[in-house]
Design a protein around this ligand. Structure first.
Ligand code: C2E
Ligand code: MG
Ligand code: MG
Ligand code: MG
Length: 285
Protein backbone atom coordinates (compact mmCIF):
# COMPACT_ATOMS: atom_id res chain seq x y z
CA UNK A 1 0.00 0.00 0.00
CA UNK A 2 2.69 2.39 1.12
CA UNK A 3 4.59 1.51 -2.01
CA UNK A 4 1.57 2.23 -4.13
CA UNK A 5 1.03 5.59 -2.44
CA UNK A 6 4.65 6.40 -3.07
CA UNK A 7 4.26 5.62 -6.71
CA UNK A 8 1.13 7.73 -6.96
CA UNK A 9 2.99 10.50 -5.29
CA UNK A 10 5.78 10.29 -7.82
CA UNK A 11 3.36 10.09 -10.68
CA UNK A 12 1.55 13.17 -9.37
CA UNK A 13 4.82 15.06 -9.13
CA UNK A 14 5.83 13.99 -12.61
CA UNK A 15 2.46 15.14 -13.89
CA UNK A 16 2.98 18.61 -12.45
CA UNK A 17 6.44 18.84 -13.97
CA UNK A 18 5.09 17.65 -17.29
CA UNK A 19 2.37 20.26 -17.18
CA UNK A 20 4.85 23.01 -16.39
CA UNK A 21 7.10 21.99 -19.25
CA UNK A 22 4.28 21.84 -21.77
CA UNK A 23 2.87 25.17 -20.56
CA UNK A 24 6.27 26.69 -21.03
CA UNK A 25 6.59 25.27 -24.53
CA UNK A 26 3.13 26.57 -25.42
CA UNK A 27 3.99 30.03 -24.09
CA UNK A 28 7.23 30.00 -26.04
CA UNK A 29 5.50 29.10 -29.28
CA UNK A 30 2.86 31.79 -28.65
CA UNK A 31 5.67 34.25 -28.05
CA UNK A 32 7.28 33.38 -31.39
CA UNK A 33 3.95 33.84 -33.12
CA UNK A 34 3.49 37.15 -31.30
CA UNK A 35 6.79 38.52 -32.61
CA UNK A 36 5.77 37.57 -36.15
CA UNK A 37 2.18 38.65 -35.67
CA UNK A 38 2.60 42.14 -34.27
CA UNK A 39 0.85 41.49 -30.95
CA UNK A 40 3.04 43.85 -28.96
CA UNK A 41 2.64 47.47 -28.07
CA UNK A 42 4.48 49.92 -25.86
CA UNK A 43 2.82 51.83 -23.05
CA UNK A 44 4.33 54.97 -21.55
CA UNK A 45 4.41 55.87 -17.87
CA UNK A 46 5.00 59.47 -16.87
CA UNK A 47 7.82 60.62 -14.59
CA UNK A 48 7.46 63.94 -12.77
CA UNK A 49 9.62 66.34 -10.75
CA UNK A 50 8.87 67.73 -7.28
CA UNK A 51 6.41 70.27 -8.74
CA UNK A 52 4.57 67.64 -10.75
CA UNK A 53 6.05 68.74 -14.09
CA UNK A 54 6.58 66.03 -16.69
CA UNK A 55 10.27 65.15 -16.92
CA UNK A 56 10.24 61.87 -18.80
CA UNK A 57 8.57 58.53 -19.24
CA UNK A 58 9.30 54.83 -19.09
CA UNK A 59 8.39 52.62 -22.02
CA UNK A 60 6.77 49.37 -20.87
CA UNK A 61 6.12 46.48 -23.19
CA UNK A 62 2.63 44.99 -23.47
CA UNK A 63 1.64 41.70 -25.07
CA UNK A 64 -1.97 41.33 -26.12
CA UNK A 65 -2.14 37.60 -26.84
CA UNK A 66 -5.30 36.42 -28.66
CA UNK A 67 -5.58 33.27 -26.56
CA UNK A 68 -4.34 34.59 -23.23
CA UNK A 69 -5.32 38.23 -23.01
CA UNK A 70 -2.79 40.68 -21.60
CA UNK A 71 0.37 38.84 -20.58
CA UNK A 72 2.68 40.60 -18.12
CA UNK A 73 6.27 41.32 -19.18
CA UNK A 74 7.46 39.76 -15.91
CA UNK A 75 6.12 36.47 -17.33
CA UNK A 76 7.36 36.61 -20.89
CA UNK A 77 10.63 38.58 -20.65
CA UNK A 78 12.40 35.81 -18.66
CA UNK A 79 11.10 33.28 -21.18
CA UNK A 80 12.26 35.44 -24.09
CA UNK A 81 15.69 35.53 -22.47
CA UNK A 82 15.85 31.76 -21.98
CA UNK A 83 14.60 30.91 -25.46
CA UNK A 84 16.90 33.31 -27.30
CA UNK A 85 14.04 35.52 -28.49
CA UNK A 86 15.14 38.53 -26.45
CA UNK A 87 17.33 39.93 -29.24
CA UNK A 88 14.41 40.12 -31.66
CA UNK A 89 11.97 41.33 -29.06
CA UNK A 90 14.38 43.94 -27.71
CA UNK A 91 15.03 45.16 -31.24
CA UNK A 92 11.30 45.56 -31.80
CA UNK A 93 10.88 47.61 -28.60
CA UNK A 94 13.82 49.92 -29.34
CA UNK A 95 12.65 50.46 -32.89
CA UNK A 96 9.07 51.16 -31.84
CA UNK A 97 10.11 53.62 -29.13
CA UNK A 98 12.70 55.41 -31.28
CA UNK A 99 10.21 55.82 -34.14
CA UNK A 100 7.85 57.29 -31.56
CA UNK A 101 10.52 59.65 -30.22
CA UNK A 102 11.38 60.78 -33.76
CA UNK A 103 7.70 61.37 -34.38
CA UNK A 104 7.37 63.49 -31.24
CA UNK A 105 10.49 65.42 -32.18
CA UNK A 106 8.87 66.56 -35.40
CA UNK A 107 6.15 68.27 -33.35
CA UNK A 108 8.59 70.34 -31.36
CA UNK A 109 6.38 70.54 -28.27
CA UNK A 110 6.89 69.27 -24.71
CA UNK A 111 6.73 65.66 -25.93
CA UNK A 112 9.83 66.23 -28.04
CA UNK A 113 11.84 67.09 -24.95
CA UNK A 114 11.01 64.08 -22.80
CA UNK A 115 13.71 61.46 -22.29
CA UNK A 116 12.17 58.01 -22.71
CA UNK A 117 13.54 55.09 -20.70
CA UNK A 118 13.64 51.68 -22.37
CA UNK A 119 14.16 48.51 -20.33
CA UNK A 120 16.93 46.29 -21.62
CA UNK A 121 17.38 42.84 -20.16
CA UNK A 122 20.79 41.56 -19.08
CA UNK A 123 21.04 39.10 -21.99
CA UNK A 124 20.12 41.78 -24.49
CA UNK A 125 22.59 44.24 -23.01
CA UNK A 126 25.34 41.66 -23.37
CA UNK A 127 24.69 40.76 -27.00
CA UNK A 128 27.94 41.76 -28.74
CA UNK A 129 25.84 43.71 -31.24
CA UNK A 130 23.93 45.73 -28.64
CA UNK A 131 25.59 49.13 -29.08
CA UNK A 132 25.73 48.91 -32.85
CA UNK A 133 22.07 47.91 -32.89
CA UNK A 134 21.14 50.98 -30.84
CA UNK A 135 23.25 53.10 -33.19
CA UNK A 136 21.62 51.56 -36.25
CA UNK A 137 18.08 52.16 -34.95
CA UNK A 138 18.93 55.73 -33.93
CA UNK A 139 20.18 56.38 -37.45
CA UNK A 140 17.25 54.66 -39.12
CA UNK A 141 14.62 56.53 -37.09
CA UNK A 142 16.38 59.88 -36.84
CA UNK A 143 15.59 60.03 -33.11
CA UNK A 144 17.94 62.06 -30.94
CA UNK A 145 20.09 59.92 -28.63
CA UNK A 146 19.55 62.56 -25.92
CA UNK A 147 15.95 61.44 -25.68
CA UNK A 148 16.86 57.81 -25.08
CA UNK A 149 17.64 56.34 -21.71
CA UNK A 150 18.53 52.69 -21.29
CA UNK A 151 17.36 50.98 -18.09
CA UNK A 152 19.37 48.00 -16.97
CA UNK A 153 19.11 46.04 -13.74
CA UNK A 154 21.94 44.97 -11.48
CA UNK A 155 21.82 41.52 -13.10
CA UNK A 156 23.31 43.14 -16.23
CA UNK A 157 26.36 44.04 -14.14
CA UNK A 158 27.02 40.48 -13.05
CA UNK A 159 29.26 39.84 -16.05
CA UNK A 160 32.84 40.72 -16.86
CA UNK A 161 32.99 44.24 -15.52
CA UNK A 162 35.43 45.56 -18.12
CA UNK A 163 32.94 44.62 -20.82
CA UNK A 164 30.11 46.27 -18.91
CA UNK A 165 32.24 49.41 -18.53
CA UNK A 166 33.03 49.45 -22.21
CA UNK A 167 29.38 49.06 -23.26
CA UNK A 168 28.29 51.83 -20.91
CA UNK A 169 31.03 54.13 -22.17
CA UNK A 170 30.08 53.50 -25.77
CA UNK A 171 26.41 54.22 -25.08
CA UNK A 172 27.24 57.43 -23.27
CA UNK A 173 29.64 58.54 -25.98
CA UNK A 174 26.69 58.20 -28.36
CA UNK A 175 24.73 60.55 -26.09
CA UNK A 176 22.45 57.85 -24.67
CA UNK A 177 21.78 57.92 -20.93
CA UNK A 178 21.79 54.91 -18.64
CA UNK A 179 19.73 54.20 -15.56
CA UNK A 180 20.12 51.42 -13.00
CA UNK A 181 16.66 49.93 -12.39
CA UNK A 182 15.32 48.23 -9.24
CA UNK A 183 18.37 49.50 -7.40
CA UNK A 184 19.04 47.76 -4.10
CA UNK A 185 17.35 44.47 -5.00
CA UNK A 186 20.30 42.85 -6.76
CA UNK A 187 23.68 41.70 -5.63
CA UNK A 188 25.98 44.29 -7.13
CA UNK A 189 28.63 45.78 -4.93
CA UNK A 190 28.63 49.50 -4.28
CA UNK A 191 32.12 49.69 -5.70
CA UNK A 192 30.60 49.13 -9.15
CA UNK A 193 28.90 52.48 -8.97
CA UNK A 194 32.11 54.43 -9.02
CA UNK A 195 33.57 52.44 -11.91
CA UNK A 196 30.54 52.58 -14.14
CA UNK A 197 29.36 55.63 -16.01
CA UNK A 198 25.71 55.79 -15.07
CA UNK A 199 23.27 58.69 -15.01
CA UNK A 200 20.55 57.56 -12.67
CA UNK A 201 19.46 55.15 -9.95
CA UNK A 202 15.88 53.97 -9.68
CA UNK A 203 14.71 53.23 -6.16
CA UNK A 204 12.87 49.93 -6.37
CA UNK A 205 9.16 50.03 -5.60
CA UNK A 206 9.76 47.39 -2.96
CA UNK A 207 11.34 50.09 -0.77
CA UNK A 208 8.66 52.65 -1.57
CA UNK A 209 5.63 50.48 -0.83
CA UNK A 210 5.98 50.47 2.97
CA UNK A 211 8.13 53.54 3.31
CA UNK A 212 5.72 55.08 5.85
CA UNK A 213 5.50 52.04 8.13
CA UNK A 214 8.76 50.19 7.75
CA UNK A 215 11.76 52.08 9.13
CA UNK A 216 14.13 49.72 7.30
CA UNK A 217 12.61 50.52 3.92
CA UNK A 218 12.71 54.21 4.77
CA UNK A 219 16.38 53.95 5.78
CA UNK A 220 17.26 52.14 2.56
CA UNK A 221 15.42 54.66 0.37
CA UNK A 222 17.13 57.52 2.19
CA UNK A 223 20.52 55.87 1.80
CA UNK A 224 20.02 55.36 -1.94
CA UNK A 225 19.10 59.03 -2.29
CA UNK A 226 22.18 60.12 -0.35
CA UNK A 227 24.37 57.80 -2.38
CA UNK A 228 22.96 59.09 -5.67
CA UNK A 229 23.50 62.66 -4.58
CA UNK A 230 27.08 62.00 -3.43
CA UNK A 231 27.90 60.31 -6.74
CA UNK A 232 26.10 63.05 -8.69
CA UNK A 233 23.57 60.65 -10.14
CA UNK A 234 19.92 61.49 -10.37
CA UNK A 235 17.45 59.29 -8.54
CA UNK A 236 13.90 58.29 -9.41
CA UNK A 237 11.50 56.64 -6.98
CA UNK A 238 9.23 54.09 -8.66
CA UNK A 239 5.91 52.68 -7.53
CA UNK A 240 4.75 55.88 -5.82
CA UNK A 241 1.05 55.33 -5.20
CA UNK A 242 0.06 57.81 -2.50
CA UNK A 243 0.57 61.47 -1.71
CA UNK A 244 2.04 60.52 1.67
CA UNK A 245 4.69 58.32 0.04
CA UNK A 246 5.54 61.21 -2.28
CA UNK A 247 5.85 63.61 0.67
CA UNK A 248 8.06 61.23 2.60
CA UNK A 249 10.36 60.78 -0.40
CA UNK A 250 10.40 64.52 -0.99
CA UNK A 251 11.52 65.07 2.63
CA UNK A 252 14.36 62.65 1.94
CA UNK A 253 15.48 64.74 -1.02
CA UNK A 254 13.89 62.79 -3.86
CA UNK A 255 13.24 64.94 -6.93
CA UNK A 256 11.92 62.47 -9.48
CA UNK A 257 8.84 60.29 -9.11
CA UNK A 258 7.03 57.59 -11.06
CA UNK A 259 3.94 55.66 -10.05
CA UNK A 260 0.18 55.26 -10.17
CA UNK A 261 -0.20 58.48 -8.12
CA UNK A 262 0.75 60.42 -11.24
CA UNK A 263 -0.27 58.05 -14.00
CA UNK A 264 -0.53 54.39 -14.96
CA UNK A 265 1.40 53.25 -18.01
CA UNK A 266 -0.75 54.46 -20.95
CA UNK A 267 -1.13 53.66 -24.64
CA UNK A 268 0.51 56.30 -26.89
CA UNK A 269 -2.59 58.38 -27.59
CA UNK A 270 -3.63 58.57 -23.94
CA UNK A 271 -0.07 59.41 -22.94
CA UNK A 272 0.05 62.21 -25.52
CA UNK A 273 -3.24 63.58 -24.19
CA UNK A 274 -1.87 63.52 -20.64
CA UNK A 275 1.26 65.45 -21.62
CA UNK A 276 -0.68 68.00 -23.66
CA UNK A 277 -3.03 68.55 -20.75
CA UNK A 278 -0.16 69.11 -18.32
CA UNK A 279 1.61 71.45 -20.76
CA UNK A 280 -1.60 73.45 -21.02
CA UNK A 281 -1.93 73.61 -17.26
CA UNK A 282 1.61 74.96 -17.02
CA UNK A 283 1.30 77.59 -19.74
CA UNK A 284 0.99 81.08 -18.19
CA UNK A 285 -2.36 82.14 -19.63
P1 C2E B 1 10.29 47.79 -14.12
O1 C2E B 1 11.18 48.24 -15.22
O2 C2E B 1 10.81 47.93 -12.73
O3 C2E B 1 8.95 48.61 -14.33
C1 C2E B 1 8.12 49.06 -13.31
C2 C2E B 1 6.91 48.19 -13.17
O4 C2E B 1 6.10 48.69 -12.10
C3 C2E B 1 5.98 48.17 -14.37
O5 C2E B 1 5.38 46.88 -14.42
C4 C2E B 1 4.95 49.23 -14.02
O6 C2E B 1 3.72 49.07 -14.71
C5 C2E B 1 4.80 48.98 -12.55
N1 C2E B 1 4.35 50.17 -11.82
C6 C2E B 1 4.52 51.47 -12.13
N2 C2E B 1 4.01 52.28 -11.17
C7 C2E B 1 3.49 51.47 -10.23
C8 C2E B 1 2.81 51.71 -8.97
O7 C2E B 1 2.59 52.85 -8.54
N3 C2E B 1 2.45 50.60 -8.26
C9 C2E B 1 2.70 49.33 -8.70
N4 C2E B 1 2.29 48.31 -7.93
N5 C2E B 1 3.33 49.07 -9.86
C10 C2E B 1 3.72 50.13 -10.62
P2 C2E B 1 5.21 46.10 -15.79
O8 C2E B 1 4.84 47.05 -16.87
O9 C2E B 1 4.33 44.93 -15.52
O10 C2E B 1 6.69 45.58 -16.09
C11 C2E B 1 7.31 44.65 -15.23
C12 C2E B 1 8.77 44.51 -15.57
O11 C2E B 1 8.94 43.92 -16.86
C13 C2E B 1 9.52 45.82 -15.63
O12 C2E B 1 9.88 46.25 -14.34
C14 C2E B 1 10.70 45.43 -16.48
O13 C2E B 1 11.69 44.81 -15.70
C15 C2E B 1 10.12 44.40 -17.42
N6 C2E B 1 9.85 45.03 -18.72
C16 C2E B 1 8.82 45.81 -19.12
N7 C2E B 1 8.94 46.21 -20.39
C17 C2E B 1 10.12 45.68 -20.82
C18 C2E B 1 10.85 45.74 -22.07
O14 C2E B 1 10.45 46.39 -23.05
N8 C2E B 1 12.04 45.03 -22.13
C19 C2E B 1 12.52 44.35 -21.05
N9 C2E B 1 13.68 43.70 -21.18
N10 C2E B 1 11.88 44.29 -19.88
C20 C2E B 1 10.69 44.94 -19.76
MG1 MG C 1 12.28 49.80 -15.63
MG1 MG D 1 11.98 49.00 -11.66
MG1 MG E 1 10.91 45.51 -11.55
Amino acid sequence: RAKEDGRNCIRFYDGTMQKKVSERLALESDLRAAIRGNQFSVHYQLQVDEDGNSVGAEALLRWQCPGRGMVSPSEFIPLAEESGLIGQLGYWVLEDVLFQIANWQLRGDLLSELPIAVNVSAKQFHLPSFCSTVMEILRKTGASPRNLKIEITESALAYDLTIVEETLRTLRSMGVRVSLDDFGTGYSSLGYLKRLSLDELKIDQGFVRDILDDPNDAAIAETILALASALRLSAVAEGVETERQRERLLQMGCKRFQGYLFSRPLPVSAFEALIEQSAFRRSPR
